[in-house]
Design a protein around this ligand. Structure first.
Ligand SMILES: Cc1cc2ncn([C@H]3O[C@H](COP(=O)(O)O)[C@@H](O)[C@H]3O)c2cc1C
Ligand SMILES: O=C(O)c1cccnc1
Length: 360
């Protein structure tokens, strides 16, 4: 499989200085809006603008089924995947609710669910197959299917961008999908499988041990390729491949990417292997309670905004982060400067740098 050849734009150093200057001239002590200022800088650099704006925020929740569930790696019945798709489309579930509460336009993508859905205005049909194969027996996807899912993600994101969206959150729904996410994490982060596996939707200790064994045996069977896309085909899933492609495309188009939990971040792990610059476009919404997530984030030197004990996925954490980014952008674009507020300028008084805050 050949690597994708699309470039991701870099950031302007001149603009970086101008943003800092503008933030320091807001009517407040220098740096006093903390991470909100780092977020503002990041979005301004992404948009290459001193007056960033968020337009048409989209939440993309990508769903698929997984053949690996035949090995008892999830405590939940697989029918929940399609049932949750219906639920989200009627405004229910965690992400149906939170995307509405925070004003994000939710679209559900069928990347590979084992179910025939009726057409729905919020459902995007990008089904490659009715679920991936059991990767303990055979590769989860053929190389072609994997690339199809990756490219579907790219074209879906491209079409939202063309309709005016410049910020996109990614979430997922797929019973069994913490298993492919853990396998990809172990391979990409070069960590023992046991460091990457957790209870997912609620496995007990014995279940977690079985999940570890299944992944270890599968890696032993197929081996690890030097191509990340080939590993994605062997051990991944349709939603993870679609998310990886979608995130990649979003970065090429200078969109802000909201990263959710463990499975979504596994999609990003794949994308950043293709081009690390994708990380500059990511806001890491939260650290999930699934044990591997913290290590995935550490691997990418990512600094998540929230630690809320979430372990649901669907995009729920990404939705929570959206209003914070909205606030950050407003600080840079709309907050009064010393001059406008007619307040004595204190920007010469600089707080001692502690270097504790990082943008991501
Ligand atoms: C009712 C329900 C709703 C969910 N929403 C997200 N997930 C989450 O749990 C699944 C992954 O966990 P595992 O790999 O252990 O199956 C994914 O669908 C993920 O989105 C759910 C799980 C359930 C049961
Ligand atoms: O972190 C997540 O997104 C997650 C964790 C467990 C199960 N489903 C999702």
């Amino acid at each position: 499989m050949h690597q994708t050849d699309f470039e991701i734009p870099g950031f302007s150093d001149d603009l970086r200085e101008a943003i800092q200057h503008k933030l320091d001239n807001k009517a407040k002590p220098v740096g006093s809006l903390g991470r909100l200022e780092f977020l503002a800088k990041q979005v301004a650099l992404i948009q290459n603008s001193l007056t960033p704006q968020l337009n048409n925020p989209v939440m993309l929740t990508v769903a698929a089924d997984h053949g690996i569930t035949a090995e008892g790696v999830s405590p939940c019945p697989v029918e929940i995947t399609w049932q949750q798709v219906h639920n989200f489309l009627s405004g229910g579930g965690g992400i149906g609710l939170l995307s509405r509460v925070y004003g994000m336009d939710l679209h559900v993508v069928d990347a590979g669910v084992n179910y025939d859905f009726q057409a729905h205005p919020k459902l995007i049909d990008a089904k490659v197959a009715k679920g991936s194969r059991n990767f303990l027996q055979e590769p989860a996807m053929s190389d072609e299917e994997c690339m199809q899912a990756f490219n579907n993600g790219r074209s879906i994101v491209a079409s939202f961008h063309e309709k005016g969206s410049n910020i996109i959150g990614f979430g997922e729904m797929g019973i069994g999908n913490t298993t492919p996410a853990s396998a990809l994490m172990s391979i990409i982060c070069k960590l023992p499988v046991s460091d990457c596996v957790g209870p997912g939707a609620g496995l007990d200790n014995e279940g977690v041990l079985n999940k570890c064994r299944v992944i270890e045996q599968a890696i032993e069977k197929h081996g690890i390729s030097s191509s990340v896309l080939q590993n994605l085909a062997r051990f991944g899933g349709f939603e993870i491949a679609t998310i990886a492609g979608g995130m990649f495309e979003a970065a090429t188009r200078r969109m802000v990417i909201l990263v959710d939990g463990f499975i979504t971040t596994a999609g990003l792990l794949v994308a950043q292997e293709l081009n690390r610059k994708v990380l500059d476009y990511c806001v890491f919404a939260h650290v999930s309670d699934e044990q591997g997530h913290q290590k995935m984030l550490a691997y990418m030197q990512a600094n998540p905004l929230l630690s809320f004990g979430l372990r649901l996925g669907e995009g729920t954490g990404a939705a929570l982060a959206y209003p914070m980014i909205k606030g950050a952008v407003a600080v840079l674009s709309e907050m009064t400067s010393f001059e406008e507020a007619q307040v004595i300028n204190t920007s010469h008084i600089r707080f001692e740098e502690k270097g504790e805050l990082q943008s991501s």
